[in-house]
Design a binder for this molecule. Structure first.
Ligand SMILES: Cc1cc2nc3c(=O)[nH]c(=O)nc-3n(C[C@H](O)[C@H](O)[C@H](O)COP(=O)(O)O)c2cc1C
Length: 187
């Protein structure tokens, strides 16, 4: 694939200054170097609670249809998850439940990463997310894995640049995203 790839980035947090949202913003610098255009999804707060009564397409919320269209139009998806109680936050699982009743993520290349303020760096949350994505038929990138512990001290701020370690890991991750999309390119 010589042309640039398009990714939709989803952060699994509604928090105003979400570190995982910031992680996707930091990733944008690395993806740009790989000719990946990474759009960060802004609509998580507009996704209603899932209710199977709304499964018929004509009953699905406009925000959900819009999200599925964004995913279908992207070459790949990247999800940055926080960790809540050793799993994915409910808001992210809720979004995935909506997507799971559409074919949007089926055979879609997906890359996952995440960060916590603690020491474990989303190991359980990513394992749980990977499991859900397998159930949805997504092609989930195996490596490189990016678990960011103590994320607060690693992200860039107005006073300090991104930590060299995180920058190097995000560069490798973006390179992996490009290769992963190329591997699963549809004719
Ligand atoms: C309800 C709740 C549960 C949490 N559980 C975990 C956990 O199990 N493991 C962990 O490493 N951090 C846990 N944390 C800390 C979060 O990883 C941390 O708040 C992180 O910054 C959230 O991501 P965000 O900044 O993108 O919103 C928890 C935080 C909350 C609010």
């Amino acid at each position: 694939m010589s042309h640039s790839a398009r990714f939709l980035g989803i952060a699994g947090s509604l928090r105003q200054n979400s570190y995982n949202f910031q992680l996707l913003e930091a990733l944008q610098k690395s993806t740009a170097q790989e000719q990946i255009d990474l759009e960060i999804y802004q609509g998580l707060s507009t996704i209603p609670l899932f209710n199977e009564d709304m499964r018929p397409v004509e009953k699905r919320p406009a925000a959900v249809l819009n999200l599925c269209e964004k995913i279908e139009n992207a070459d790949g998806v990247v999800i940055a998850t926080p960790e809540y109680a050793q799993s994915v936050p409910g808001v992210l699982k809720n979004l995935l439940d909506w997507i799971s009743i559409s074919p949007a993520l089926n055979e879609k290349p997906v890359a996952i990463l995440g960060g916590t303020t603690g020491i474990w760096g989303t190991r359980y949350a990513q394992a749980s997310l990977r499991h859900t994505l397998v159930a949805m038929g997504a092609f989930t990138m195996q490596r490189p894995m990016v678990f960011v512990n103590d994320i607060k001290s690693q992200l860039p701020t107005p006073d300090q640049p991104i930590s060299p370690d995180l920058e190097q890991r995000l560069n490798a991750f973006a390179h992996g995203m490009k290769k992963w999309v190329r591997l699963h390119a549809k004719d």
